[in-house]
Design a protein around this ligand. Structure first.
Ligand code: NAP
Length: 255
């Protein structure tokens, strides 16, 4: 019975690493990849208990996962995390760059520190992870790299100069990496979510949420599962001829 079930799983025997998987979108992606048979490294920075809860949820559903702490903004620490994972599992098939933060403010009021913090985590964090997995994926001659951008990176958003710059940077990074790695069987794509119900958007005031909803043709926020299913598709064999793309999952915001 178990064998029949395993045969139907799309990511059987694959190893995936999802950054910022202790909650929100990253957690949903980790659970979705594990549900299709991937062993998932649940990366986190501060939320150890919640990362362990993600692992427990995956295991309760019959999947395999491990929580690993690493600040993605730290180049050396990222290198160590990837080296440890590759040493332990012998491979790394799927990297999802999801870890991200916001430090919103109008440009005139934005501090240098807040600009740097957002760029360091959101953009440099993705570079750090891609840089340190690419050698292994090149050796394997296969791999899937998926980075979470944002409609803010596609369209720009007032009050988010740092965040929009980081998310637009993810798109450039994705396209450059896609061109460099395509001939070795590695695909590199980005997902640009619109407004998704997570702790990141929970903190917005009711007025901001209402104004945001007005901009969405579908007139409601998305769910983490909407992003998780897109990531699962991009990670699967069904997306083997898609690279260098930005898929907006945003209820029609950016079109
Ligand atoms: P969230 O609920 O705030 O979760 C953020 C995750 O990132 C947490 O797991 C956090 O882990 C992790 N993280 C933050 N800094 C990190 C670091 N330096 N190293 C490793 N992990 C780190 O956010 P979310 O809404 O799920 O967003 C996930 C991604 O989607 C982000 O890149 C975000 O920019 C993007 N996005 C979100 C929306 C939205 O509407 N929610 C829209 C567009 C794009 P710890 O707590 O353990 O540090």
């Amino acid at each position: 019975m178990e064998q029949i079930e395993n045969k139907n799983k799309m990511l059987e025997n694959q190893v995936a690493l999802v950054t910022g998987a202790s909650r929100g979108i990253g957690q949903a992606i980790a659970v979705a990849l594990a549900s299709q048979g991937a062993t998932v490294i649940v990366n986190y920075n501060g939320s150890e208990e919640r990362a362990k809860a993600t692992v427990a949820q995956i295991e309760a559903e019959g999947g395999k996962a491990e929580a690993v702490r690493c600040n993605v903004a730290d180049f050396t620490a990222c290198g160590q995390m990837m080296a440890d994972v590759i040493k332990h599992y012998g491979r790394l098939d799927i990297l999802v760059n999801n870890a991200g933060i916001t430090r919103d403010n109008l440009l005139m009021k934005m501090s240098e520190e807040d600009f740097d913090a957002v760029l360091d985590t959101n953009l440099k964090g993705a570079f750090n992870c891609i840089k340190h997995v690419s050698r292994q994926m090149l050796k394997q001659r296969s791999g899937r790299i998926i980075s979470i951008s944002s409609v803010s990176g596609v369209m720009g958003n007032a009050g988010q100069a740092n965040y929009s710059a980081s998310k637009a940077g993810i798109i450039g990074l994705t396209k450059a990496a896609a061109r460099e790695l395509a001939s070795r069987g590695i695909t590199v794509n980005a997902i640009a979510p619109g407004f998704i119900q997570t702790e990141m958007t929970q903190v917005l005031s009711d007025a901001v949420k209402a104004a945001a909803t007005e901009q969405i043709p579908m007139k409601h926020f998305g769910e983490t599962e909407d992003i998780a299913q897109t990531a699962l598709f991009l990670a699967s064999g069904n997306a083997k001829y898609i690279t260098g793309q930005v898929i907006c999952v945003d209820g029609g915001m950016a079109m």
